[in-house]
Design a protein around this ligand. Structure first.
Ligand code: PAF
Length: 282
């Protein structure tokens, strides 16, 4: 495995790789990332991972400074899984002040975008830069960040980028909590309670599968259940998988049959995200 920190060296190394599979990350790798690397191996002969904590996608009061940077441990975990690790400095990715940005679709202002203004613009901009640098055949992203994956798919589609996007399933701890680098911010007591977010989504999923079609009522019940257990809720939303618009019904039947229940909520100072898909078609 090769560790590369400059764009020039990476481009030279990749110049005769025609089937690379790329997993962009911000490092502090956990089993969810490693799972994406294993999936990447099925899609390309050369697996490239990037590790870059992108300042553009953090708000001024967010955790950019304290975001865990663990390059050495990450490289150890990537041995045997990635062929190349691209870990550029901020000055390599942004040698001049970035004044050109990807303008993400309007959905970027809803859900996570409502409480993280500018986040998806910064995320989409760095992902476009990384795709241009690596030029992979396939790029892989986790479904835990469902809205991020949707926005990347739209960017690739609408900007005619020659890359296939693959979503990897969410990897969970034994109790069901979705793995995330931010889980380590949780105190021991909070960690014990954190799985309640997933359990609440599973309850909502069960209700829909059993015939509940009043999605607004379901969202409200989920928010109240979380609040009653000490969570500060950003949103719980039942959306269409295809466009992330609110799931609707006509005469009691869902307009779309492939739904996703998405949530973001804070436990203490830690903001956690999760989602579950619901397919109503047989
Ligand atoms: O999901 C992440 O880790 C980041 O948002 C990404 C896609 C690597 C862009 O910085």
């Amino acid at each position: 495995m090769q560790l590369i920190s400059t764009i020039a060296e990476l481009r030279a190394r990749l110049s005769d790789e025609h089937a690379s599979a790329f997993v962009p990350t911000m490092g502090n790798l956990h089993e969810g990332h490693l799972n994406l690397m294993r999936l990447a191996r099925e899609h390309g002969s050369c697996v490239v991972a990037s590790i870059f904590v992108n300042p553009l996608q953090f708000g001024p009061t967010e955790d950019f400074d304290k975001y865990p940077r663990t390059l050495e441990a990450d490289c150890a975990r990537l041995q045997g899984l990635a062929d190349i690790v691209f870990a550029p400095a901020v000055s390599e990715m942004y040698p001049v002040k970035q004044t050109v940005f990807v303008e993400p679709p309007p959905i970027a202002n809803e859900l996570c975008g409502a409480s993280r203004p500018g986040h998806f613009r910064g995320m989409a901009t760095v992902v476009l830069k990384l795709l241009n640098i690596v030029q992979p055949r396939v790029a892989l992203f986790g479904k835990k960040d469902y809205q991020q994956l949707h926005i990347i798919r739209q960017m690739v589609l609408q900007m005619n980028l020659p890359v296939r996007i693959v979503g990897g399933e969410t990897v969970r701890a034994a109790d069901g909590l979705a793995l995330s680098s931010r889980n380590q911010y949780l105190s021991l007591e909070e960690r014990g309670k954190a799985v309640f977010l997933y359990q609440t989504l599973q309850e909502a999923q069960k209700a829909i599968l059993q015939g509940e079609r009043d999605f607004e009522r379901l969202e409200k019940q989920a928010v109240e259940a979380l609040q009653a257990n000490g969570w500060a809720v950003d949103y719980v939303a039942v959306r269409n998988q295809s466009d992330l618009q609110s799931a609707g019904t006509v005469q009691g039947n869902p307009v779309q049959y492939e739904l996703v229940i998405m949530a973001a909520a804070r436990l203490g100072n830690t903001r956690l995200l999760d989602n579950v898909e619901v397919c109503l078609a047989d």
